[in-house]
Design a protein around this ligand. Structure first.
Ligand code: NAD
Length: 425
């Protein structure tokens, strides 16, 4: 199948890079977003998210004349849906954005079109939710138009490279739909393209993130056990990983972001009687912030009136994404116990509502009783004891990410406490 013009609904971390890559590979792309601010920023030649190289890629795409942005879709050969799929407070998938994106496509759907859902979704969303909405057009899915699901597995910070190089799974509601999806993504994908059915493709994405979540959960649980038994978890993991078939991940302050901390719940919701290990792992990771707060309390004593410099609010290193961030949750928990927390997030200096944001590292450190490292940003990892000592008179450190180690810290006068390392038992 040949594609000249496509319409991408949702211009966030996934949709905007995808739109710019299709456009720089010669397709006419209309990027659609319901957020007027996003449209305004993009029309002004700027971008609204932090992703290396993306600003330049979007500018190139716009200058080529191939990328335009709009608030509503228009007729095209293919429609891609890359809208958010968060969860409700009770952890059920919130599919409102997918539903409204699909509804917005209906008036523009023509015979021969392809619709691809990229949003991470519960099993059977493509066949049970998307297809019935699209068929309100009067056309028959699989006969008059194609429908496919293609999960996204890019790493924030590396999105533009990974979009092109990663293997891509395309699940069609029919083999012809999968083939149409392959024809579209082959425009720029250099990695392997593997065709399957839509529900398998949905399940693949959920399994990938659930696998990560469970592996992090076991690392977090190991950190609690190490703490109880007087073991240094970081040393124990590095020794265990000398086993040729063992690869334990690092523990940390919890699991955040809108993928790994959310997607496993889609499986729990879809099959609560079966997804027991998955639920347990989610609960382990969700409770990890409590262990960090316990460690801070053990280190500082009563937290009332204590000043804490929190380093990092992002959900993982070197990104500006604060969604579902355990670091933010920890700050709120410390505040509830009476601590005065100042947070420095280099990738988003404005921070989050309800959290005092420090514009610089120096500002965060000024007057601190304790420095709490929560995100392993390169900038923080690279700090030497001498550099930190020059910036603050505070000598009490809590490292929740295993970034700082070695005798130089004690030599510089620091009392360095680490998650998963009990000093005495
Ligand atoms: N960001 C990642 O690294 C990543 C990786 C894999 C999968 N995903 C999945 O991809 C999907 C999109 O994620 P994201 O990170 O790009 O989200 P995002 O929040 O960065 O962007 C989504 C955009 O969609 C817009 N939107 C909402 N409803 C819309 C509608 N009805 N029509 C048009 N636009 C609409 C929003 O305004 C927003 O700008 C989610 O399902 C997510 O789980 C994300």
């Amino acid at each position: 199948m040949k594609f000249d013009k496509i319409c991408i609904l949702g211009l966030g971390y996934i949709g905007l890079p995808t739109a710019s890559v299709f456009a720089t590979h010669g397709l006419k792309v209309v990027g659609v977003d319901v957020n007027p601010r996003v449209i305004e920023i993009l029309q002004a030649g700027e971008i609204h998210i932090h992703e290396p190289g993306l600003g330049q890629a979007v500018r190139q795409a716009v200058e080529s004349g191939n990328l335009s942005v709009a608030s509503v879709p228009e007729a095209a050969d293919a429609f891609l849906i890359a809208v958010p799929t968060p969860f409700h407070d009770d952890k059920r998938a919130d599919m409102r954005a997918v539903t409204s994106a699909a509804e917005a496509i209906v008036p523009h759907l023509r015979p021969g079109n392809l619709v691809v859902l990229e949003s991470t979704s519960p099993p059977r969303t493509t066949v049970d939710l998307l297809v019935p909405i699209l068929e309100r057009s009067g056309l028959k899915a699989g006969a008059d138009f194609h429908v496919a699901y293609s999960p996204e597995r890019v790493l924030p910070g590396q999105i533009l490279r990974e979009l092109i190089e990663n293997a891509r799974v395309i699940g069609g509601i029919t083999p012809q739909s999968a083939q149409a999806g392959r024809d579209l993504y082959a425009t720029f994908v250099k990695g392997e393209i593997i065709q399957t059915d839509a529900t398998t493709a949905e399940m693949v994405k959920l399994m990938e993130n659930t696998y990560r979540d469970i592996n992090i959960a076991i690392a977090n649980e190991f950190s609690r056990l190490a703490d109880r038994f007087g073991v240094d978890i970081w040393e124990a993991i590095s020794l265990a990983n000398r086993h040729p078939r063992v690869k334990i991940l690092n523990p940390g302050p919890g699991v955040g972001g809108h993928c790994i901390s959310v997607d496993p719940w889609f499986l729990v919701e879809a099959a609560p009687d079966l997804a027991k290990l998955i639920r347990q792992a989610r609960q382990v990771n969700d409770s990890q912030p409590h262990f960090v707060v316990d460690l801070v309390r053990e280190t500082l004593g009563d937290l009332r009136g204590k000043r804490i410099a929190a380093l990092g609010l992002a959900f993982k290193p070197d990104v500006d994404d604060l969604r579902e961030s355990p670091a933010a949750e920890i700050v709120h928990m410390l505040q509830k116990e009476g601590a005065a927390v100042k947070a420095f997030e280099p990738f988003k200096p404005e921070g989050l509502p309800g959290i005092e944001a420090a514009p610089t590292l120096e500002d965060a450190l000024a007057g601190a009783d304790l420095v709490l490292l929560m995100v392993s940003h390169t900038q923080f990892r690279a700090l030497t004891p001498a550099q930190l000592a020059a910036l603050t008179s505070c000598r009490l450190l809590v490292d929740t990410v295993g970034a700082w180690s070695g005798p130089a810290w004690a030599a510089a006068g620091f009392d360095l406490r680490k998650l998963g390392v009990r000093k005495q038992i």
